[in-house]
Design a protein around this ligand. Sequence first.
Ligand code: R5P
Length: 296
Amino acid sequence: MTATALLLYFEDEHESALRLAGAAALVSAPIGRHRFPDGEFKLRLPASLPESVVLLRTLEHPNEKLVELLLAARTARELGARHLTLVAPYLAYMRQDVAFLPGEAVSQRIVGRFLADLFDAVITVDPHLHRIATLREAIPVPHAIALTGAALLADLIAGRRQRPLLVGPDAESAQWVAQAAARHGFDHAVCRKVRHGDRDVEIELPPVNVAGRAVVLLDDVASTGQTLASAARLLLAARAASVDVAVTHALFAGDALQVILDAGVGEVWSTDCISHSSNAVSVAPLIAAALSGITH
Ligand code: R5P
């Protein structure tokens, strides 16, 4: 990434953009956005752009944002950008990675290729890659960089809880739980989960003694909160001394945060990949380091 690269952002991500611009020593500029009465958008970028442009857009509530990316990326090329990097701290549509039923769209592959057509590089944090090993398999661009918030969350937990037991609520979380635990030598274990519907999950605790332990549930995403709430209820019933939650992506759809707190969870911590009141650590330095490693 050249020192003259410009960071473009949308006004609703002004604060995240300032943090990233500061950490990466980039000049930043907002993209103007007008919504017409019928819902269409008109975007306005700076009239001329440097060769290297970084576009920040975290992709929670992704549907309209994907259209914004299409308009912004194509316009940036017309205005002089030759190397276009998307920084999407949360990357949407990664969970549907196979057709579970005949006829289902494999969203991960489709959205991945859509982004690959627009950008030369994509940087994200803890994408939900379960059945594939690398982000590049989902988004075939020269630089497909998947960072992890596990170390940040591990450091945060180390500062807040004595001898915690990290628990992942399902098999997919094992990758993040293992990384976070290894960093500080925490005990760790992973539950089994069967999903019956959007808000209907069945959790089975791992065969470890949680009685008297300060348990921290660690996952990539909390969406409806049902996964974490179910796990928390079981852990408290098994006499855990406390249950807190640490997630990379604070999606928290609807009343999810309340659902989690009502289950007896003490504190909820998240990274600032998605702006939320639970944000406790910033991924900006991590993303800045990744940007500095991209050479066009
Ligand atoms: C899926 O495996 C993810 O890692 C999360 O566990 C899941 O998306 C959480 O969803 P919810 O909060 O709706 O239970």
